[in-house]
Design a protein around this ligand. Structure first.
Ligand SMILES: Cc1cc2nc3c(=O)[nH]c(=O)nc-3n(C[C@H](O)[C@H](O)[C@H](O)COP(=O)(O)OP(=O)(O)OC[C@H]3O[C@@H](n4cnc5c(N)ncnc54)[C@H](O)[C@@H]3O)c2cc1C
Length: 660
């Protein structure tokens, strides 16, 4: 097993393609009659948590599963649109486990752990089989075979999909499996219940403190092991494509109790979202990346033409072909409109910064289906993307069959998360983290259709194998909620609620959230600089002070109170934003979704001169920054301590990432 300073990543020995097989062959087992003696808490019932809870219960463990929605079926996973990757090579277009592994490593700008990513690629095929067996209605070819489409950062077609609602169909499959176990008594489901704290006893995670969101009651639950599958933190930016409830509370409270937070500054800005339309908007809408299979992205070549379009004096389809700049096809001829998200997003920002944006705000580019409709016919396009086109029309009022969509990058996914080793266990023993909540396999940039793959790999296949490794060394049922650590954590949670309720200020929670979101978007969003990050770090304490003195939470704590829920989440976002900025400031390089304007290729660089990459592309500094940043909390307002997991690449050569 590999160890890295204070962080032991527990990567199995042996050649990369054999690590997971060897691990499984030698992994510790727990015999069936002993499994039922172990209790497992799973927080989260999205694709990662739901699949883990159902599978662990099927194996015989006693599972308690928690979510804050009124049904596991409403987890944010349901929003996923475009698809899920797997190295099945059904298209016979050259795909393989190795290629999916390599695309993911390269897509993540060489900032992920090789062993985990290879395992993910290996497991990907099993996921499709599992979901088909559950009855997930993946799209099929005319002859009945499963269909595929392409996603960014890959030159093969390996994405399985169910129209534009893949997440919903996968979640229904997962939910059925979970419901079966609930019915059987293997899973006790706690809905409308929010985890407020992690309880650590003798340096091991042994339970959680929760608040019943309907009655306000605060209680504790003990178990032999705790699994967090609580999703991502994109809503720190206020506006994002995430569900409104997505938050960082569970992960951040675990962080405050000792779990390291890895790469918090790695956030994904998705290139194809409906542009912001006004100051009082609370949500952004994704237009799935799958649309880039057939849609072409362009802006006018001249600022003047763009200006005419913005003023409504010229229609997009009246712009002649020679006046259009299909900038992704021009800059990245081999990947074209399927360039990865970080690169496509930055390119959209670039053309808009040049004054060539087409939305009323100047922040928008065209995603155009004219050529695809001419080539394939409207019916084919409707069968592929009908629900997405309908959604676009309902929101924007424009008919995308008749005029191009307008899109712009928006916050979408978070690659950062709690640090985990190969077993998916954090540095805090017993605490396991799955899905978007862990720092995951995506490095500095996630490829499209890989989040669903990772969440389901973690829940259906990885954790059932790795959990016994920890449990085999644990005596079941030794800790109960009578332990003083539970009483103390419960008292902390109640005190925090009282403190929030007693502020009785004048400013609504959303005001603080919006202010914080704009700040992190401006300074820790698509482009970051030392100066901007330092300014943000100077400003966040003032936002925190204002919040804790002036926030107004109407209603009571002992009943349903959505403002109180929001306040708790925004308080954590404020502290968390500080952590993100510290991380972004430390990382003096550009990689994937983390673009430090000080570190970009210039015309003097050899790679630009040789035509391998372009002036202005992200410039990594492998000699100094080839590590995972794992931050230890020292409390709000105090600089966290950085621990580094050096990334070692044995099978892949670090290279300048090019999609030309
Ligand atoms: C619009 C959109 C489209 C997407 N499309 C795709 C796609 O096509 N392909 C793809 O691969 N990825 C896609 N993604 C990304 C993908 O959907 C997510 O990364 C993934 O679904 C996350 O799953 P999860 O199980 O980790 O978390 P979630 O689905 O977010 O589930 C989190 C769970 O944790 C619970 N929870 C959170 N905090 C607490 C707490 N404090 N107490 C109790 N419970 C808590 C919630 O109730 C919920 O049950 C998309 C994302 C968006 C926003």
């Amino acid at each position: 097993m590999a160890s890295n300073g204070s962080l032991n990543s527990a990567i199995p020995e042996g050649p990369l393609p054999e690590k997971w097989t060897n691990y499984k062959n030698k992994a510790k087992l727990i015999n069936p009659s002993n499994k039922r003696k172990f209790s497992v808490i799973v927080v989260g019932s999205g694709l990662a948590g739901g699949s883990a809870a159902a599978t662990l219960s099927e194996l015989g463990y006693q599972v308690k599963c928690f979510c804050y929605q009124d049904s596991p079926r409403r987890a944010h996973s349901i929003a996923a649109q475009g698809g899920i990757n797997a190295a099945k090579n059904y298209q016979n277009d050259g795909d393989s486990v190795w290629r999916l592994f390599y695309d993911t490593i390269k897509g993540g700008d060489f900032r992920s752990r090789e062993a985990n990513v290879h395992r993910l690629a290996e497991v990907s095929s099993n996921i499709i089989d599992q979901c088909v067996a559950q009855g997930v209605p993946f799209a099929r070819e005319y002859g009945g075979l499963l269909a595929n489409r392409s996603f960014g950062g890959a030159q093969v077609s390996r994405t399985f999909y169910a129209a534009g609602q893949t997440g919903q169909q996968l979640l229904i499959g997962c939910y059925q499996a979970l419901e079966k176990e609930i019915q059987k008594g293997g899973v006790e489901m706690y809905k409308r219940t929010e985890m407020m704290d992690l309880v650590v006893v003798d340096d091991e995670a042994k339970g959680i403190v929760v608040r019943d969101l309907i009655t306000g009651e605060v209680t504790s639950h003990a178990a032999d092991v705790v699994i967090l599958a609580t999703g991502g933190y994109g809503n720190v930016f206020y506006l994002s494509t995430n569900a409104m409830g997505c938050n960082v509370m569970a992960a951040f409270r675990a962080h405050k109790r000792g779990a390291y937070f890895a790469n918090p500054c790695y956030t994904q800005i998705h290139p194809t979202c409906i542009p912001v339309s006004g100051d009082y908007q609370s949500k952004l809408t994704l237009m799935s990346e799958s649309l880039r299979n057939d849609g072409r992205i362009w802006v006018p070549k001249s600022k003047e033409t763009a200006e005419q379009i913005r003023k409504g004096e010229l229609a997009a389809y009246d712009v002649p072909e020679e006046d259009r700049d299909y900038y992704l096809e021009r800059k990245y001829p081999s990947f074209g409109n399927l360039a990865p998200r970080d690169i496509s997003s930055r390119s959209a920002k670039e053309v808009c910064d040049e004054g060539r944006g087409v939305a009323a705000t100047g922040l928008g580019v065209f995603l155009d289906f004219r050529d695809a409709i001419d080539r394939l016919g409207e019916d084919t396009i409707r069968s592929r993307y009908g629900n997405l086109f309908q959604m676009y029309e309902k929101i924007s009022g424009d008919n995308p069959y008749k005029e191009p969509m307008k899109i712009y990058p928006a916050v979408h996914y978070t690659m950062g998360g709690l640090w985990v080793d190969y077993n998916l266990m954090s540095n805090l023993k017993g605490l396991h983290v799955l899905g978007e909540a862990n720092f995951s396999d995506h490095g500095a940039n996630r490829l499209g259709a890989s989040a669903l793959m990772q969440g389901l790999a973690d829940g259906y296949f990885v954790i059932p194998t790795t959990l016994p490794n920890y449990l085999a060394g644990v005596k079941p049922g030794t800790v109960t909620t009578d332990a003083p650590e539970f009483k103390a954590a419960e008292a902390d949670a109640k005190e925090r609620i009282d403190k929030l309720m007693n502020i009785k200020g004048t400013k609504p929670v959303d005001l603080f959230h919006r202010e914080l979101g704009l700040l992190v978007w401006d300074e820790c969003g698509m482009a970051r600089s030392k100066e901007g990050l330092e300014a943000a770090l100077a400003r966040i304490p003032a936002i925190r002070k204002d919040f804790w003195e002036n926030v107004r939470i109407p209603g009571k704590a002992d009943s349903l109170n959505m403002e109180l829920e929001k306040a708790g989440r925004v308080a954590d976002f404020i502290d968390f934003a500080e952590l993100m900025c510290h991380d972004a400031l430390d990382r003096e390089e550009s990689c994937g979704g983390h673009f430090r304007i000080e570190h970009q290729f210039t015309p003097d660089d050899e790679a630009v001169k040789s035509g391998f990459t372009n002036d202005g592309e992200a410039k990594r500094r492998d000699d100094e920054y080839c590590y995972v940043s794992a931050w230890e909390s020292n409390g709000p307002g105090k600089k966290p301590t950085l621990h580094k997991e050096e990334l070692e690449f044995e099978s892949v050569e670090l290279s300048v990432r090019s999609y030309k």
